[in-house]
Design a protein around this ligand. Structure first.
Ligand code: FAD
Length: 386
């Protein structure tokens, strides 16, 4: 089904992304990232140079100034995921959708000047650390504390499952600066690579996204200067998270739709090429019926996700709407990818095939960014309130 959200600027930008993929995203590069468990810095810098990361950084700081217009980010996701490079899409997403927005929306002028130009150019890798070993869904249960001292804070605690956590130079970190668990007991601070007492743990061994690092972080008496408190005022961390989480959830919805579309295309190609009982498997009614289902689901996904992108652009995407998009899109993605894997037969179980890797990557879409159960909580609470 024709999509209506793009104009010629987006299509011209699509060519730039395709060119980048051709140059930097071949199979050898992907295998290198998967083996290393991370995207190398040269690739991040090349992406900065090509202008396909840093889209959310304001122009005055060297970016594209597109934080509120998610259409260009959607093009990046589509083309990179279609090329079978889920890990690269993940690394770009953490930079543009999770780390940068906190600094753009809430950072002081000094924080913006210090971090944003490097994040736009790919020189500086950012991450967002909320989850802890003892607190994921229940973020008010975090126990990493930042105690006020002369000139700053002393940080103690640990975070886990942090995307880009091994490679990050700067980490937007959710901490407790007050007593109890009221919203104003929390703040966001910028933890910098190299700070004394701060360790990036080992890369975690995951089911999918093998080329993108996920790590534990530990903080033992890490001194954080006052100027690294996001926004310069204590007690706003929870509200800041609530403001930015809809974008994170929209971005997962977009990635889910992009992966579904790519999986559908890979499956059509395979079904035309693969023969069984003397004919291409696409000739079996079961196959083309399943493909018809997949194509229709992809159409519906984009119709819904594109609407959410448009609402986000108008500043109208509510937390509840973003939660709905996240859980619904990732569940349709799971169905489409599972169906695609089935039509690939045994090849669908082999990691050398993009559909297999995308299937493994997709599993976490229902878990991170807030689990799909928590998304239903958000929607359900609004229904109860009326
Ligand atoms: C690959 C990967 C990358 C990640 N990247 C990041 C990152 O960059 N930054 C970051 O901060 N975090 C990140 N996370 C963490 C992720 O957001 C959390 O894992 C997720 O929010 C769930 O938290 P948890 O693992 O503690 O599960 P739990 O909160 O322990 O949940 C376990 C189960 O209980 C259910 N549950 C919990 N509470 C309720 C409830 N009230 N009602 C119904 N069911 C409930 C959950 O839905 C889930 O099914 C990442 C995780 C992974 C796996």
């Amino acid at each position: 089904m024709e999509r209506l959200i793009f104009d010629e600027d987006h299509e011209a930008f699509r060519d730039v992304v395709k060119e980048f993929v051709k140059r930097y995203g071949d199979n050898a590069a992907r295998e290198r990232w998967d083996a290393a468990g991370e995207i190398d810095r040269d690739t991040m810098r090349a992406a900065g140079e090509a202008g396909i990361i840093g889209l959310s950084v304001p122009e005055e700081f060297g970016g594209a100034g597109m934080l509120q217009d998610y259409r260009f980010r959607t093009v990046v996701n589509e083309e990179i995921i279609r090329a079978g490079l889920g890990s690269l899409a993940g690394a770009f997403g953490i930079q543009d959708d999770l780390a940068v927005p906190y600094i753009v929306h809430f950072g002081t002028e000094e924080q913006k000047k210090k971090w944003l130009p490097g994040m736009a150019s790919g020189e500086i890798i950012g991450a967002l650390a909320m989850t802890e070993p003892g607190a994921g869904s229940d973020l008010r249960g975090v126990t990493t504390t930042a105690k006020k001292v002369d000139g700053g804070y002393v940080l103690n605690g640990a975070k886990t499952f942090i995307s880009s956590g091994k490679t990050a130079d700067v980490i937007v970190t959710f901490v407790k600066t007050g007593e109890g668990n009221r919203p104003d007991a929390f703040s966001l601070v910028l933890v910098e690579d190299g700070m004394q007492g701060f360790e990036h743990g080992n890369k975690l061994n995951k089911l999918g996204f093998h080329g993108h690092d996920t790590a534990e972080l530990s903080f033992a008496d890490v001194f954080i200067p006052e100027e690294n408190l996001i926004g310069g005022e204590e007690g706003h961390g929870f509200i800041q998270l609530m403001r930015n989480l809809p974008l994170e959830r929209l971005s997962i919805g977009v990635a889910a739709a992009a992966a579904s579309e790519a999986a559908y295309e890979w499956t059509v190609d395979h079904a035309k090429a693969r023969e069984s009982f003397g004919q291409p498997i696409i000739r079996f009614q079961n196959t083309y019926f399943k493909l018809a289902d997949m194509e229709t689901t992809v159409d519906a996904l984009w119709a819904y996700v594109d609407r959410a992108i448009a609402l986000y652009g108008e500043g109208k995407l509510t937390p509840e709407e973003a939660a709905k998009v996240k859980f619904w899109a990732t569940e349709r993605e799971w169905e489409v990818l599972d169906q695609g894997v089935q039509l690939f037969g045994g090849y669908g179980y082999m990691m050398e095939y993009p559909i297999t890797r995308a299937f493994a990557d997709a599993r976490v879409h229902r878990i991170y960014g807030g689990t799909n159960e928590i998304m239903r909580e958000i929607v359900g609470r609004k229904i109860i309130k009326g």
